[in-house]
Design a binder for this molecule. Sequence first.
Ligand code: ZN
Ligand code: ZN
Length: 537
Amino acid sequence: MKIFIGGAWPYANNSLHVGHLAALLPGDIIARYYRKKGDEVIYVSGTDSHGTPITMRAKKEGISPEEIATYYHNEFADCFNKLDFSYDLYTRTCEEFHKKGVQEFLKQIMANGYIYSQTEKQDYCPNCQEFLSDREIEGTCPYCGGIAKGDQCEQCLTTLNAKELLDKHCKACGHSTILKDNTHLVFALSKFQNEIQQLVDSSTDKWRLHAIGESIKYLNNGLIDRVITRQLPWGVDTPFEGFEDKKIYVWVEAVLGYLTAGKKVAEERGIDFSEFMKNSDDLLTYYTHGKDNIPFHTIIFPALLLALKENIKLPDYIISSEYVNINDEKISKSKGNGVIVKDLISEYDSDTIRYYMIANGPERKDINFSYEDLEQNHDKHLVGEYGNFVNRNLAYLIKKFDGIVPTGEMDSKISDIIDKIYILVGKNIEKGNLRNAIGQIFELVQIANKYYDEKQPWILVKENIEEFNNVTYTCINLIANIANMLEPFIPKSTNKVFNMIGVNETSWKQIVVPQNIKLKDVEILFTRINEKKVKTR
Ligand SMILES: [Zn+2]
Ligand SMILES: [Zn+2]
């Protein structure tokens, strides 16, 4: 199989918070799983360097947009690296190859007849003497009466057209806006109404429920053509004559980044990317992002793909996450209550963070993040269940047998259970049901601990050495297989376990540990957070 995974492109205008992490982490687990299965995976993402929020912030702080974009890009890349994300490429939209790629795609879409020009009255601030982009306008939402930016209502989350807003004024200076003629390029989104409807109808078992719901909402309102050029100094240049002063709107170029970044990876591997992405049963495509990004991935991106007429596969799986709340409140910049990923990494191990964000991930409803809950999850599951099973077995063998694992026979019932769990977990990962997947692995951990408690190897060692050997060998096999299944989720501890028992199997099937191995570098897998805190105080 061929697998394409696109992680959403975080905006380079602020630090990553736990909501971003919850939305992006599923992509890494899916990528690691398929690589383990031996499939050819292309997993890409990058920093969205353009867009009005960045230009606006640069203006406010008196520095260049590029400086801001670079600062956050480096921060994001460092966070993903420290959290063991396995992107094949984490790039950014201000790279030359991306800009050129987007321009080529747009020329093709234009040649296919899906881009046209249109002169329209546009919001203009007479005080700043500038045409304003949607985000530079503030006004009242016509649907709920809340405060809305030009492109989206902050309160009811409806995506808006700036024309619909009431009481419009310039966000920068507060002056009321006027309308003035401006010529823009428009993408004929409305022409794809039927094809997108078909896509949504055929995806009900693969997309997350809210992705289906949100897309149907748009389709029922009728898809409308959308302006794709902006009057901005920073962005991807428009590749058409007469539009040299304009840039491509980020909602077009950022999603096309999946193709430019994917192509870059394919080139480095010496494979043909357009062949790789062709619509076929051999290819599965996944897109992971937060729920505020749904329509860009379920409607706009597929429509752009269709407009290219290259027979590129439309999204198979939409892995869209709900929100992460902090102390039961929505994360908001104005409240400053977001938990910043950078801070989280400085305090906790990557496996602790990854485990917590997946085992409690916002797959079907919003979740609540708290440090207390994260620490309890770590202590209870990673230390108390998984770590305990590994340590009680390995430490005993070090102490009593100089680290030599005795020759024994694997318990066939346990072996059958392991086989079954590989299949169940694999199916859940493939569908993006990662909470269930990791839950099933931890059921195996519980089975393992129960097996150990019932067999009482510390008594068998005195009374029935043959049975002791069998039980111990079975437990070592359980450890190897649990670690192998957990690798997509918490890779760091898996590497430690593999190193201790000398296994480096990397496929998604039952590992059979060789007889008579000698353990090495045995160490405690996870330390209790609460104990550690007491000690350091
Ligand atoms: Zn103004
Ligand atoms: Zn509203």
